[in-house]
Design a protein around this ligand. Sequence first.
Ligand SMILES: [Zn+2]
Length: 299
Amino acid sequence: MTDENLSPEHWAFRLTHILNAACVDDRFPVDVKAVAKEISKQLYPNDPVSLVKGRSLPGFDGALYKAPLGKKGWGIFFNSDVSSPGRINFTLAHEFGHYLLHRLNHPNGIECEKEGIARWESEYGQIEHQANVFAANLLMPLDDFRRNIGGQDRPCLDDLGECANRYEVSLIAAALRWVEYTGRRACLVLSRDDFVLWARSSKRAFRTGLYIKTAGLPPVPVPLSALACRQHELVGGRGSTQHPPGVWFSEECEELVLYSDQYDFTISLLHFSNVAEGFEPGEEVEEDVSDRYAKLLNR
Ligand SMILES: [Zn+2]
């Protein structure tokens, strides 16, 4: 298989292998700036990433630009108005993903809008998704993540926050990564003004009917009894509560909430019991991939 045909996961795995061998200590967070320059120079000496820096990019979080005429290589840029180190680091990895995966088909470069993916179906949305998958896999390798939060562990938002710090990504990026591999039944819901922006369920939760579909639908309201709707009960933007059946779903669940006034959204992490009630073996529903790394991943 040629480099051009490698999947985002395969590229990230290849680089993770190199980094594991090269860094004994100080493996995380991944120094994307150094990795992008060094790896691209080794693999494509005539077409490397020669510049990584912040600049004013109104309306964009990041961009990959071809070097000006007469110079070789590519530049990776992040929006210098963004102050969150986690968001910048994810953007750098996302742009490096574009370089590895998409530069041949986009010889003039790619500009990445704030709030990420517009539509999964469109070619534009698809390459954004691929760059996000690459970034998540590069910055948060699952073997390391699992050593910090085991497949059957029941993390609180602080546990996920510690992982976010370890990998220098946003809390949402870390929580989405955990939801991908956990063997528990859990659901992550992002809401604003009492409406669901998107939701992502673990595989086990999804298979037992615990998911919220949002793509292509009218706005889905957050349940009135949910803690996400009762912000006056939060202390320092945080809170947790145990819900009886019938609040979020037909099962009881624990809801852990964090409200971010910086971004004006609320994260609800829903933990369900690991005993699946009413589980129908073989019941597989087409996953709502458009929700997967939806708009606000890179917060
Ligand atoms: Zn992009």
